[in-house]
Design a protein around this ligand. Structure first.
Ligand code: 16G
Length: 168
C-alpha cells in the first residue's frame, strides 16, 4: 500500500531499527509470496485466498487512500513476513470531523517471539495513527493480551471489557 501521504514522517517510524535484517514497511503485492497470509493464519481462520483475490483486496484498500495502513515486518534475510498489524481509519462528524483509528490484526510469527516485535509493530501503528491525525486508536483483544497493550499506553475505559484505547 502506498503511504504517500505520510512520506513526510521522519524519526520515529521510518527510522525504526527492529534488528538484523528486519524491516518495517507497508504491505505490497509481492508479500503474497513472502508468507503474509500464512502469518495471518496464526491469528485466526484464513480461508482460501488466491493470488487474484489477494490482489483485488489490496487494490480495493489502495483505492481508499488514508483508510488502510497494512504494515509488515519482513525478515529480509529470509524474504519472509514475520509480523503484521493494520491501522484502519474511520471518518467521523463528531469532534469537528475527527478521524478514529482501529488497530487490527496484530500478529507476530511464533518463531520470532521474544524479540519485542509485537511491541515494535504496535508502537509503529500507534505513532502512525497519531501522525495521520487520529484523535484516538482502539483495539479489541483477549484478556491475556491486556497487560501487553496496557504496557504500551492503552487503557480500558469501561473497566473490565476487552476494548482498549489510547487517546492523542
Ligand atoms: C483479534 C484482533 C483483531 C482480529 C481478530 C480476529 C488485535 C488487536 N485484535 O481480536 O484485529 O481481527 O482477533 O479474530 O489484533 P476473529 O477472526 O475471531 O474475529
Amino acid at each position: 500500500l502506498d503511504w504517500s501521504e505520510v512520506t513526510h514522517m521522519k524519526g520515529d517510524v521510518t527510522s525504526a531499527r527492529p534488528g538484523d535484517g528486519l524491516c518495517v514497511r507497508p504491505l505490497c503485492k509481492a508479500d503474497y509470496d513472502k508468507g503474509f497470509l500464512q502469518l495471518l493464519g496464526q491469528l485466526t481462520k484464513l480461508g482460501d485466498i488466491s493470488r487474484e483475490k489477494f490482489n483485488e483486496r489490496f487494490d480495493a484498500m489502495r483505492s481508499c487512500p488514508g483508510h488502510y495502513y497494512v504494515t509488515v515486518i519482513e525478515d529480509t534475510l529470509l524474504g519472509q513476513i514475520v509480523g503484521s498489524a493494520t491501522l484502519a481509519c474511520e471518518l467521523k462528524f463528531i469532534r469537528g470531523c475527527a478521524k478514529r483509528g482501529r488497530l487490527e490484526d496484530v500478529v507476530v510469527n511464533n518463531e520470532y517471539r521474544g524479540k519485542q516485535l509485537g511491541k515494535l509493530i504496535v508502537t509503529t501503528i500507534t505513532l502512525l495513527a497519531k501522525e495521520v491525525g487520529c484523535y484516538k486508536l482502539g483495539l479489541d483483544c483477549k484478556d491475556e493480551m491486556k497487560p501487553f497493550y496496557g504496557s504500551l499506553g492503552y487503557t480500558s475505559e469501561k473497566g473490565n471489557d476487552n476494548t482498549m484505547i489510547i487517546r492523542f
